[in-house]
Design a protein around this ligand. Structure first.
Ligand code: 13P
Length: 211
């Protein structure tokens, strides 16, 4: 099986698992993966739970549609991340409930809207999680704003919309999106209970040890 065929299957499998856990509903969410000769991205208006490997959209290195169904309208958010982060191999955008709830807060809290409660949140997302202004889904105007934030952050929250998460590989990006959703859920569960967060030294140690 070619690397592209393997990645097509992997996108469908991850989509099925994300949908099965309720991290994506209806036709929400999209996934992209960098190839040697372009990008694979989920088709617009597709259900992540029922993707067909043969119908995943293929874009060439200039982001022109060259195969499969019509690409996600969020192609600009994926391009912003993949262009700004040369080490990123994949991008996952979800409307997962708890991360989106934090993105709907009137004052989400600067570049750290979710406190460092657990090691895996820090290891997968890092220190920064900027909350960007609201853009309508598919608005190309989001691209420069996401690109600027993505140079300093592996993930962002789009106000009133949801998370966009990158990772070195498809597995990494999906796992980071899952950690982000669970961290958001913990933050909301604990917000008025005086939770103990990891200390600055513990966060430093995690990032030093795990990158
Ligand atoms: P697409 O169906 O075009 O991928 O858009 C879904 C979505 O999540 C919009 O933000």
């Amino acid at each position: 099986m070619s690397e592209e065929a393997r990645l097509r299957e992997a996108i469908c499998e991850h989509g099925r698992l994300l949908f099965g856990r309720g991290f994506s509903v209806g036709s929400a969410g999209n996934i992209s993966v960098r190839l040697e000769d372009g990008v694979l991205i989920t088709p617009t208006n597709s259900c992540l739970g029922r993707l067909d490997p043969a119908r995943i959209s293929k874009l060439d290195a200039a982001w022109r549609h060259v195969g499969g169904d019509r690409p996600s309208k969020e192609v600009f958010m994926h391009r912003a991340f993949l262009a700004a982060r040369p080490e990123a191999g994949a991008v996952v955008h979800l409307h997962s409930t708890h991360a989106t709830a934090i993105a709907c807060l009137a004052a989400p809290g600067g570049t750290a809207p979710i406190p460092p409660l657990t090691p895996y949140f820090v290891m997968r997302i890092g220190r920064a999680l900027p909350v960007l202004p609201y853009y309508r889904p598919g608005d190309p105007a989001m691209e420069p704003s996401i690109a600027e934030a993505a140079r300093a952050a592996r993930a962002v929250l789009l106000a009133n919309h949801g998370p966009v998460v990158s990772g070195p590989s498809l597995d990494d990006a999906v796992w980071a999106a899952e950690e982000l959703e669970e961290a958001a859920r913990l933050a909301l569960l604990l917000h008025d209970r005086g939770a103990r967060t990891l200390t600055a030294a513990q966060v430093d140690e995690l990032l030093h040890t795990f990158g």
